[in-house]
Design a protein around this ligand. Structure first.
Ligand code: HSE
Length: 418
């Protein structure tokens, strides 16, 4: 019997309790031990819980109890999670977390602490909810040089965009529905402004390339500026708009990493990931493309990943897993997105004499039209060139009287159509 503690009894925490209590046989078969939830830390009272007698409001009960060998952190946020997790690791307890904010900000530090104390720090549920992605990236794809990872990493924004695309729902209405259904984070800006996806691509980049990438280093844009006109133009072009987190290793060893809405061509599998689902495409030099797909959020999918990590901790008590990255990124490890060539979708209001200049300014453009294109609205895809050059040209266009309303990058992959 292995004693564990669970810090936090919100959506994910209560899901972890539910999964552990309802899957005893399967857990025993895989862990070769029974799990006993010795403590649940929460400020609130849960008198109706089947484990009502295990609740505590005092973290010291957990950290000072030598019989507890695995602690689950599902409180979310940086504080007090960071302090609690650090103290548990220092006390020789393995820690499992679903907290992407914590791993993205403090992962290298916590992994080093875990190594120092000979315990595990596992976080499968921090990216992609119930989708196995951390373990496959660390183990199954370990013989590859990862070339690129592109993912739909936030279920809420994907749900909103799907509603806009498929049902013509306005952004604000789709967001209200996502909140009503409980998909959105407490603060919806973490979802709609791209911060949640940013934390997740930072975790994947750190793991895949070995040096910690911090959220502050990543150019991040959300979806709140997108309109129904933009999703219609994407369809007319032959794809869909998705919020994509992308990291790519450049030839000089630096990383091109960003989170932003992208035009994803229909030929790319990511364009078919709809609703609250997540999809992560990993490209390795030996394996080529591998797509991970499933429920990226929600109580039981996330709890399933947390419980599997607990089982892994139990199985690796004496020989901790080697899941690690360093905090040693060289200066300029993350390249400016403005230096990298892209194509942009551009939509704006342009008098005729201005739109006539677009071709001269950008070269070969692809003009887009929908059934409802208003008069003097122009939408086009630029040729590929360093983003800085494109932005300069757009500024020039604005000086001649164009009002640019939206720009969206096109997801292009070297040497491939998608
Ligand atoms: N709000 C997040 C999402 C939850 O919608 O994907 C999982 O991180």
């Amino acid at each position: 019997m292995v004693n564990i503690a669970i810090m936090g009894h919100g959506v994910v925490g209560s899901g972890v309790v539910e999964v552990i209590l309802s899957h005893k046989e399967s857990i025993l078969r895989h862990a070769h031990e029974e799990l006993n939830i010795q403590y649940i830390l929460d400020r609130r009272e849960f008198p109706d819980s089947p484990l009502a007698d295990r609740f505590t409001k005092n973290f010291e009960d957990i950290v000072t109890d030598d019989s507890v060998s695995v602690v689950v952190e599902v409180m979310g946020g940086l504080h007090p999670a960071f302090d609690f997790v650090s103290r548990c690791l220092c006390a020789g307890k393995s820690v499992v977390t679903s907290n992407k904010e914590l791993v993205a900000a403090k992962g290298a530090e916590l992994l080093a602490l875990a190594r120092e104390h000979g315990v595990n720090f596992l976080f499968e549920a921090s990216v992609g909810g119930g989708i196995p992605i951390i373990r496959p990236l660390d183990q199954c794809l370990a013989a590859n040089n990862v070339l690129e990872i592109s993912g739909i990493l936030n279920g809420t924004t994907n749900f909103i965009l799907s509603k806009m695309i498929d049902e013509g729902m306005e952004f604000a209405d789709a967001l209200a529905l996502a909140q009503k259904l409980g998909y959105a984070e407490r603060d919806p800006s973490a979802d709609v402004d791209g911060h949640d996806a940013c934390r997740k691509i930072c975790i994947l980049a750190s793991l895949a390339f070995g040096s910690h990438v911090y959220p502050e280093q990543v150019h991040t844009e959300g979806i709140s500026g997108l309109t129904l006109a933009d999703v219609d133009y994407a369809r007319a072009w032959g794809g869909e708009i998705k919020l994509v987190g992308r990291v790519k290793k450049l030839e000089d060893g630096s990383l091109y990493i960003l989170v932003c809405p992208m035009f994803v061509p229909e030929s790319n599998q990511l364009s078919h990931i709809d609703g609250v689902f997540n999809g992560v495409m990993v490209t390795g030099d030996a394996v080529d493309d591998v797509l991970f797909y499933g429920q990226g959020a929600g109580k039981l999918p996330t709890a399933s990943a947390v419980a599997a990590d607990v089982i892994d901790c139990v199985k690796h008590t004496h020989a901790p897993k080697y899941l690690f990255w360093e905090d040693n990124a060289p200066k300029n490890y993350v390249t400016s997105h403005l230096d990298v060539p892209v194509s942009l979708y551009v939509r704006g209001h342009m008098p005729d004499e201005v739109s006539e200049q677009i071709g001269d300014l950008f070269g070969e453009i692809c003009l887009l039209a929908t059934e409802d294109t208003p008069e003097q609205e122009v939408a086009f895809i630029t040729p590929r060139m360093p983003e800085r050059e494109l932005r300069d040209k757009l500024a020039e266009l604005e000086q001649t009287g164009a009002q640019i309303q939206t720009t969206v990058r096109v997801l292009e992959r070297d040497g491939r159509s998608a």
